[in-house]
Design a protein around this ligand. Structure first.
Ligand code: BES
Ligand code: ZN
Length: 376
């Protein structure tokens, strides 16, 4: 698997590959479509001048001709910066002064502005910012913003149109309980498929994906009275979107049967200092997942030290938030808690993945899932 940036055809290719593997192991596989935020683009013109603008995906759209209105100087976007003079105008706002982008945009919209332009407060960088709004919004450079301050009251034209509406997918393979009962407890194994732009995503997270696939293959031939679900999630890297969506689709009845989530993310770096396996929980407390892993480590003699640690930033968060005991399995340097230096860089390649450590993770998590699934 090469890079699998969220919402791209490369991510989709990985989804199809995983689906085929799971079907090859004999699973019934279901795919879940995950909607991603729209990608928007647009333009900003004043007189004959075109100004480079990054349109905010979560903000509003215009007609292809755009909205033409007078430019209004809303300074830093404090409450008092929006006089009633702003109605029907496009607000020009500086980044900074401790006010969030969302607050700046919200205040402009509430005051009656028809568009928002925020300029950077550092040099040589076109600002890109996130905010949700009905009116169109975008970011420009500091230089462009300062130039526009000299043209307040002139008309500007802002366009914002949808360029694409990307989607991602979750893949779910279910191993039904051997006794055929429909009230069996559910154990989840999860790993994210996608990677960040500019990185091959070998350790983050082809390792977790491969480990979850291998567990699906091996556990297929065992019988349990509990249900096991292998959940391969998309769109983790843009804010845990796939896993949050997955848990939102679980019914009350399914939630009441859900007892554990084993999430693997960055499972096998070869980086020397990452000698420990961390079991990260959102609240830093032990739970069925971390306790079982500790029991298993003692039984099978897992070479690495296990460290319980308080951390989110991966797909165990969504499971935890709906009340399912959850933990992320990840390697770090004990004491400093550091991740490998290749994280989210072009160096996150298979060269820095350790096969021995991958096997260690598969043994640890596999035996833990086994123990939870077999327990009465
Ligand atoms: N695998 C990483 C990061 C990570 C670091 C997970 C430490 C667990 C512990 C994950 O894919 C990631 O990059 N997460 C983002 C946050 C997420 C909400 C987009 C991060 O840590 O910046
Ligand atoms: Zn990751």
């Amino acid at each position: 698997m090469g890079p699998r940036v969220t919402g791209t055809s490369a991510e989709e290719a990985a989804v199809n590959l995983i689906k085929e593997r799971l079907e090859g192991y004999g699973y019934e596989v279901s795919l879940q479509d995950v909607a991603l935020p729209d990608v928007k683009s647009g333009s900003l013109t004043i007189g004959d001048d075109d100004i480079e603008i990054k349109i905010t995906g979560g903000a509003g759209v215009t007609s292809p001709e755009g909205v033409t209105a007078e430019l209004f100087n809303a300074k830093f976007g404090k409450e008092e910066d929006f006089t009633e003079d702003v109605v029907g105008k496009i607000a020009l706002i500086s980044r900074g002064d401790g006010i969030t982008f969302q607050d700046k945009v919200d205040r402009a919209a509430a005051a009656g502005a028809v568009g928002v332009i925020i300029y950077n407060n550092i040099e040589n960088a076109v600002l890109s910012f996130s905010a949700n709004a009905q009116i169109p919004a975008g970011g420009i450079s500091q230089e462009a913003g300062l130039a526009l301050l000299g043209r307040i009251g002139e008309e500007v034209t802002l366009t914002a149109v949808i360029e694409s509406a990307p989607t991602s997918s979750n893949i779910i393979a279910t191993k039904s309980p051997a006794n055929g009962k429909n009230d069996a407890e559910i154990v989840y194994v999860s790993a994210h498929i996608d990677s960040v732009p500019g990185s091959p995503g070998a350790n983050d997270n082809a390792t977790g994906t491969a480990a979850a696939l291998e567990l699906a293959r091996v556990l297929k031939d065992y019988s349990f009275d509990k249900e096991i679900r292998f959940v391969f999630v998309g769109a983790e890297e843009i804010g845990l979107v796939g896993s949050n969506y997955y848990v939102s689709t679980l019914s009350e009845e399914e939630l009441s049967r859900s007892i554990a989530n084993f999430n693997m993310d960055m499972a096998a770096t070869a980086w020397e200092e990452a000698t420990a396996i961390y079991t990260n929980t959102l609240d830093g407390k032990s739970n069925l997942v971390t306790e079982t892993a500790n029991r298993v480590a003692a039984i099978i003699g897992t070479p690495s030290q296990l460290v319980l640690f308080e951390r989110g930033a991966s797909d165990h968060v969504g499971f935890h938030n709906v009340g399912i005991p959850a933990a992320n399995f990840i390697r770090r340097e004990p004491g400093t808690h550091k991740l490998e230096p290749y994280y989210h860089t072009p160096q996150d390649t298979i060269q820095y993945v350790s096969v021995e450590r991958l096997k260690e993770m598969i043994d640890l998590v596999g035996a833990s899932v086994y123990l939870v699934a077999i327990d009465n």
